[in-house]
Design a protein around this ligand. Sequence first.
Ligand code: HEM
Length: 161
Amino acid sequence: GQRGDDKIAFSEEQEALVVESWKVMKKDAASLGLKLFLRVFEIAPSTAKLFPFLRDSNVPLEKNPKLKQHAMYVFIMTCDSAAQLRKEGEVTVKDTTLKKLGASHSKYGVLNEHFEVLRFALLDTIKDAVPDMWGPEMKSAWTEAYNQLVAAIKQEMRRSS
Ligand code: HEM
């Protein structure tokens, strides 16, 4: 692969943990998306400034449709990442999408630590949303899927900066 030839071992069970929990969570996508972002802003309040639609808007956070949309991107792309890791041993987001994501996130000023904050908030949100399914295996499956996706985005960010 592009990031070296070391394929990631990601099992069918790990993929299932991610996909099955997402199936449950997405029924409640609106409140889930809001929770994810409130958690991000709680951990690192300065991240709110990165979002143009929050800077220039008087609409209260919880009424802002764009926040939910970003949260959905994160959930859905992490799920896709899990499926790809299992099938290919690497994240193969469509090249054009990755390029675009890399370029836009470096333009918005998103830094390494912001991805860390988002991962922390994501795991917390999932743990609260599906407490009965949650456990060390689920935590590590979501972590790996997210980390590999972020590695792919960051590589494009370096290229575009
Ligand atoms: C926009 C995905 C992490 C901040 C977007 C878009 C997508 C996306 C698909 C819309 C298209 C675009 O503008 O390129 C993701 C994924 C992430 C991630 C999959 C991690 C797995 C982050 C992080 C931050 C961030 C950590 C900062 C805390 C933004 C901002 C926008 C954006 C500010 C522009 C929003 C707007 O103006 O509507 N992201 N993102 N993203 N993302 Fe992310």
